[in-house]
Every structure is written in structure tokens, then in C-alpha cells.
Design a protein around this ligand. Structure first.
Ligand SMILES: C[S@@+](CC[C@H](N)C(=O)[O-])C[C@H]1O[C@@H](n2cnc3c(N)ncnc32)[C@H](O)[C@@H]1O
Length: 260
């Protein structure tokens, strides 16, 4: 099950998890996810596209029972190398194969962070919602962090460089994204489209921008020594965290869906 992310796995934490921009965006996700956790109080959480396991460990430290999966063998190996505790459990699984390998098992929350679902076309994403509904318990929820099509930072940055193709690349049906030097086929989904694709099985609860002021992570070289500026941009993001209308203009958005 070799995958585009295998090559990125070794450098992923250095390039993204520990970057100034990556940390700021993840902090926003944690603030919003914490609100959902507090209200829903789930017992069992399935994390899909868990990457190097950063979020699975964060959840396990709060005593949630976490099963964390990713298609990339190398990502799972990095996650497993961080700790040998019984919680979280990590293993390799493709989102497109759900509900296998969990047939019969139920989760209270399914979590997907930072664009794993952007590897799915609209047809696959709709199928994911059907399978996710099967895997969730009665009051189950989804918390998904996805990249939209209209990211203002990206448009301004590339327009300023007169690079029109890059400025609007997210608007195409699919585009090539650079993940730590690896080219990954990516599908961008606006929040309204995601909610529409989910609507057969889920009701929309909330949508929040992640990284409207804090820029996309490929701009890290311009920001890595500007911690104060990033903190300021982060405080602007905090102020507008509940402005759902900005979600489709941010780098990512967090969408919370309730199983019907
Ligand atoms: C940008 S990384 C995000 C990793 C992690 N969630 C985080 O917050 O750092 C996207 C992840 O999605 C995984 N992925 C891509 N397609 C997938 C699929 N079809 N099934 C499961 N995981 C997938 C990749 O292997 C990669 O680890």
C-alpha cells in the first residue's frame, strides 16, 4: 500500500508539526475540538489519516480511547516509534476501505485532521460519509479539518507574484499539492459542498475557519523567525473563530457534523 506520503513521513514533524505555522493552526484545531469533546464526551474515537500520531497522543493523554489509522505505512511507523503505550492503537488503513477493518465496531467520534480527506474525490468523500455513519454510535459525530477552494492567503500571495495559475489552482477539479517536496493529487472541497455530500447521513453543526490570518504552511520560510507576527495573526484567527462564512477563504476549515 505504498503511498505519496511515505516519503514525506520522516520529515513531516520537522516540516509541519513543529513549524511555527503548523503549531499555530493545530492549536486552533485543538481549541475547537476541545469544545466538541467537552459537550459530547465521547468514549471511543477513531482518527483517520492520523499521520505521525500527534493528535492521537493528544487525545489519549486526555483518557479517550483512540484508534488511529493512516494509509501510509511510514507515517504509522513514525507514530508507533513515539510510544509503546496501549492507547492509542495505530494501524495502517485506507479511508476508502472503511468500514473494513472495523466491521461491527462502533465509535462515538471520527476525527480527521489537516487535509487527509482532500485526498478523496467528491464521489469518494460521499461514500466516506455513508461508511462513517455505519461506524458511528447513535449520537456519533464527525470533526473534519479540510482544505477549501478559495484560500485568500494563497490567492493574494501568488497574485502578488503574478502567478495566476497557482493563485487559483485550488479551484480546479483536482490539483497537485506539494507535501514536504512530494507531489500529492489533491481535491479541494468547500464547506457547503462537504455538508451537501454528507447530508444523506449527517446534519451540519458548525463550521470554523482554520488559518484565515495564519498563512498556509508552505509559507513557513517567510514566517519561521517571525513568532510574534504569527502570534498576532493567531490572535486574529481566535477573534474570528466563529465566523463560519470565512471558512471557505481560510487555509483549512473545521466542520462538525452530527449523525442523523
Ligand atoms: C497532511 S497529512 C495530515 C496528517 C495528520 N492528520 C496531521 O494532523 O498532521 C495527510 C495524511 O493523510 C493520509 N492519507 C492520505 N490518503 C489517505 C487515505 N486514503 N486513507 C488514509 N489516510 C490517508 C496521508 O498518509 C497523511 O498521513
Amino acid at each position: 500500500m505504498a503511498n505519496d506520503f511515505d516519503k514525506a513521513a520522516k520529515q513531516y514533524d520537522t516540516a509541519f508539526t513543529h513549524s511555527v505555522i503548523g503549531k499555530a493552526q493545530r492549536k486552533r484545531v485543538y481549541a475547537l475540538l476541545s469544545e466538541v469533546l467537552k459537550k459530547q464526551n465521547p468514549k471511543k474515537i477513531l482518527e483517520i489519516n492520523c499521520g505521525t500520531g500527534e493528535d492521537a497522543f493528544w487525545l489519549a493523554r486526555q483518557n479517550y480511547e483512540v484508534v488511529a489509522t493512516d494509509i501510509s505505512e511510514a507515517m504509522i511507523a513514525v507514530a508507533q516509534s513515539k510510544s509503546d503505550t496501549a492507547n492509542p492503537v495505530f494501524f495502517q488503513a485506507d479511508i476508502n476501505d472503511l468500514p473494513h477493518p472495523f466491521s461491527g465496531e462502533q465509535f462515538d467520534l471520527i476525527f480527521s485532521n489537516f487535509g487527509g480527506l482532500n485526498c478523496l474525490s467528491e464521489i469518494r468523500l460521499e461514500l466516506f460519509f455513508k461508511n462513517a455513519a455505519e461506524l458511528l454510535s447513535e449520537n456519533g459525530q464527525l470533526v473534519l479539518v479540510i482544505m477549501p477552494k478559495n484560500t485568500k492567503w494563497e490567492q493574494f500571495y501568488f497574485l502578488a507574484k503574478a502567478n495566476f495559475q497557482e493563485a487559483f489552482r485550488r479551484k480546479s477539479h483536482s490539483a497537485i499539492a506539494n507535501v514536504d517536496g512530494q507531489s500529492v493529487l489533491t481535491y479541494y472541497h468547500n464547506p457547503s459542498k462537504t455538508a451537501a455530500l454528507a447530508s444523506g447521513y449527517f446534519d451540519l453543526k458548525t463550521v470554523h475557519p482554520i488559518g484565515f490570518f495564519v498563512p498556509p504552511s508552505y509559507l513557513e520560510p517567510h514566517f519561521s523567525k517571525k513568532q510574534k507576527l504569527v502570534s498576532f495573526l493567531d490572535s486574529c484567527d481566535i477573534a474570528l473563530a466563529n465566523s463560519g462564512f470565512l471558512a471557505r477563504h481560510a487555509d483549512h476549515y473545521l466542520i462538525n457534523l452530527q449523525k442523523r
